[in-house]
Design a protein around this ligand. Structure first.
Ligand SMILES: [Zn+2]
Length: 361
């Protein structure tokens, strides 16, 4: 009898051990607070430290990004907020500066002024530089041509960023939905945004550069500056198809992308081919940065912002770590979580951010 039981016991023991090891390879909802994480795309335009305190409580590092947009405070005010929050954050917060290109046509000293202002920001600790979609969608030359991100006059600035070992955060172009009518858009947040911002809804402006022209200009920068680290904000504006995004990541090894305000597009793609999205995250686990595009403005209700940011952080964690059926405000359908291995979660939530924004540390 014993002769039969011993091998059976060994098999049982092995099976149990295997199960325990498997269980250790995935995170659960209970691990959310315990595991260190980064949100690499945040806009804190307030000296209120409540969002930084929430981040600390939930084990998040934050990258707060200055942006030359008309709905944000002046760049100087944003710099002051960023420096204040970085100090308050005691290592929990880093920041990225920005510049605008007004004056590029008229001011012969434009380049020197911009280099000086980037230099000052780097001395104050900025880890990167954000460029915004108004390059390509707003600024024009004297004869009415759009100034694109690959304009040769920007090359010295981009080289300066590279030689200072900083990262370019490029929000160039928009989601492909931007070129579609509202009722053809795939996710609710794009529909809401472009309804409220018709000036950026390119479907209404067929005379502006196309989606492909925007991406071609960005890709041209990647070709001209192969040593420049580039973080393509918002999934590099290739949020609509993981195959197309994969092809761009293959072409430009110095490119990583953040997921800010575009996780809904990944969830949307799981409705058609869940496994394909899982495979994409596993294959490109070194190239993806978790990010939300959350923000806190001086005029916001702080309690309201904290509640919605925490809810989003927890919901996104569930999407990446579990295989549960879930809802998100971006989609009208239920979708299933990606259930990514813990090692992949660690990369997209922390290790890639540390490499890209704290090089050498
Ligand atoms: Zn943003």
């Amino acid at each position: 009898m014993l002769k039969f039981l011993v091998p059976f016991a060994i098999i049982l023991l092995f099976a149990c051990r295997q199960k325990a090891e498997d269980a250790g390879q995935f995170y659960s909802a209970e691990d959310f607070t315990r595991i260190p994480k980064w949100d690499t795309h945040i806009h804190i335009n307030s000296s209120d430290s409540a969002l930084v305190a929430l981040a600390r409580k939930l084990n998040f590092h934050l990258l707060t990004i200055n942006v030359a947009s008309p709905s944000s405070p002046s760049l100087e005010e944003q710099l002051q907020y960023a420096v204040t929050n970085t100090l308050n954050g005691k290592g929990q917060v880093v920041w990225a500066t920005s510049f605008d290109i007004s004056g590029i046509e008229s001011d012969s000293n434009w380049l020197n002024k911009k280099i000086d202002s980037l230099d000052r920001a780097f001395k104050l600790g900025a880890v990167g530089v954000k460029v915004w979609k108004n390059i390509g969608m707003e600024y024009r030359t004297a004869n009415g041509q759009f100034i694109m991100i690959d304009d040769p006059r920007l090359d010295s600035l981009l080289s300066f960023i590279e030689h200072q070992n900083k990262t370019l955060i490029a929000h160039i172009g928009e989601p492909r939905n931007c070129w579609l009518p509202l009722d053809s858009m795939t996710v609710n947040n794009d529909r809401d945004y472009f309804r409220k911002h018709p000036q950026y809804h390119m479907y209404l402006h067929p005379e502006f550069p196309t989606y492909h022209q925007q991406l071609a200009a960005r890709d041209h920068v990647l070709q001209k500056h192969p040593g420049l680290r580039v973080d393509g904000a918002h999934l590099g504006s290739i949020e609509w198809n993981v195959d197309t995004l994969a092809a761009t990541l293959n072409r430009y090894p110095q490119l990583v992308v953040d997921m800010a305000a575009r996780i809904g597009h990944m969830q949307y793609q799981t409705l058609h081919d869940h496994q394909k999205v899982v495979d994409f995250f596993i294959k490109y686990q070194d190239r993806l940065l978790y990010a939300t595009d959350s923000g806190l403005d001086a005029t916001d209700s702080v309690a309201g912002v904290l509640a919605s940011v925490e809810k989003r952080w927890r919901n996104d964690w569930k999407f990446f770590t579990s295989d549960e059926l879930m809802n998100a405000p971006e989609l009208n359908e239920k979708f299933k979580g990606l259930h990514l291995p813990a090692g992949v979660v660690d990369k997209i939530y922390r290790l890639n951010a540390e490499r890209v924004f704290n090089p050498g540390k």
